[in-house]
Design a protein around this ligand. Structure first.
Ligand code: ADP
Length: 345
């Protein structure tokens, strides 16, 4: 029989994940809306195999019918997108229908991506820490051995050791900031913050770094741009973006920093005239530890986490980060933030 009771059909139709009920000859009886998104060609009465070309799943259906047993099979879809599903195949017997099978598809793609990111993250963080640690151990061993009585070498090594230790401390600080922001990502900060004030303060603290590099910070900060935010976190955004502009773009000229109102939002922008960023790097720039040139970043004291922190803070503020750059034409980082409204208080 190729029919299900209305209650069975309604149950399948109501489920949120792709679910298909098939009858004799593996012909489709009911496919819910989510299944039709996954397999637009599914039609009642047509064999499932016309839409689902997955030998493992079809084999599991044969076994499930034969034994009356449930099965889980992984199905990798390669086109149009690479996705992976856990397909649950189970026999169903309602009163009218017999020898029916239900197939439920659980999309594991996101879960797998997050798991891969976690594994990559741990590997990257360990690698970043291991490098300065290895050089610290090397210096300590040299000081205990060959350079024990050499006061000139000792001074030099202590300086290098200090630099490596500071690098590790910066990395740990950035990792802790990132994890703190992630824990509160769902909570939009609610304080009234004068964005121009925060940016002016940070530009001031970075002015000596800019001077050392021969960079002029040009400020164009509108008064009274009040955003809904967390002052310390917005200061980190300003610090990371201005510092990057000085580090990577400053050698080629001034850095222009703006705060203004735009279309019912606040806009904080940092523009440099540096080498810019190639288009293929742009989408990945805010990933943790992603750097265009890892050697250059490390030599400038970078941890590779600055833009990831910026992205998370902006997301927590329900704002947006846009990066606009062309190779050889400098880079502009625009942060759009919601304005503070009196009833936010
Ligand atoms: P880092 O600690 O390496 O500076 P970020 O997350 O702040 O880490 O930046 C990631 C990478 O993005 C940098 O290593 C650099 O390659 C690139 N980048 C960031 N800002 C700029 C800029 N203003 N101009 C050119 N490249 C930049």
């Amino acid at each position: 029989m190729n029919q299900a009771l209305p209650a069975t059909a309604a149950l399948v139709a109501s489920l949120p994940f792709p679910t298909v009920l098939v009858g004799l000859g593996d012909r489709v009886i009911v496919a819910n809306a989510a299944a039709l998104v996954l397999f637009p060609g599914l039609r009642p009465g047509l064999p499932l195999a016309l839409s689902l070309r997955a030998p493992d799943v079809l084999d599991a259906m044969v076994v499930s019918r034969r034994d009356g047993s449930n099965h889980h099979v992984l199905w990798h879809e390669r086109v149009p997108l690479e996705r992976v599903f856990d397909v649950h195949v189970a026999p169903v017997n309602d009163i009218e229908g017999s020898a029916m099978l239900v197939l439920a598809f659980r999309d594991l793609t996101e879960l797998r991506r997050v798991e891969r990111m976690r594994v990559d993250f741990v590997a990257n963080a360990s690698h970043e820490l291991r490098t300065p640690l290895a050089s610290l151990i090397g210096f300590i061993e040299t000081l205990q051995g060959a350079a024990r009585e050499d006061s000139v070498a000792r001074e030099r090594f202590l300086g290098l050791m200090h630099e490596q230790a500071r690098r590790m401390a910066r990395l740990v600080d950035d990792l802790l900031s990132l994890s703190r922001i992630e824990q509160t990502l769902h909570l939009q900060p609610a304080d009234q913050v004068d964005l121009g004030d925060v940016v002016a303060y940070i530009a001031d603290t970075l002015s000596s770094m800019a001077n050392q590099q021969g960079v002029t910070l040009k400020l164009d900060l509108a008064d009274g741009v009040l955003v809904r935010g967390d002052r310390d976190e917005l200061a980190r955004v300003a610090e990371n973006l201005i510092e990057n502009a000085i580090k990577y773009g400053g050698a080629a000229g001034d850095v222009t920093i703006g705060v203004t109102h735009i279309n019912h939002s606040a806009l904080f922008s940092v523009r440099d005239k540096g080498p810019g960023i190639a288009p293929d790097h742009l989408p990945r720039l805010t990933e943790r530890f992603y750097r265009v040139d890892a050697g250059e970043s490390r030599s400038k004291g970078g941890t590779g986490l600055g833009l990831a922190i910026v992205k998370h803070i902006v997301a927590r503020h329900r704002g947006r980060l846009d990066i606009d750059s062309k190779l050889g034409r400098g880079a502009t980082f625009n942060v759009y933030l919601p304005l503070f409204r009196p009833n936010d208080a």
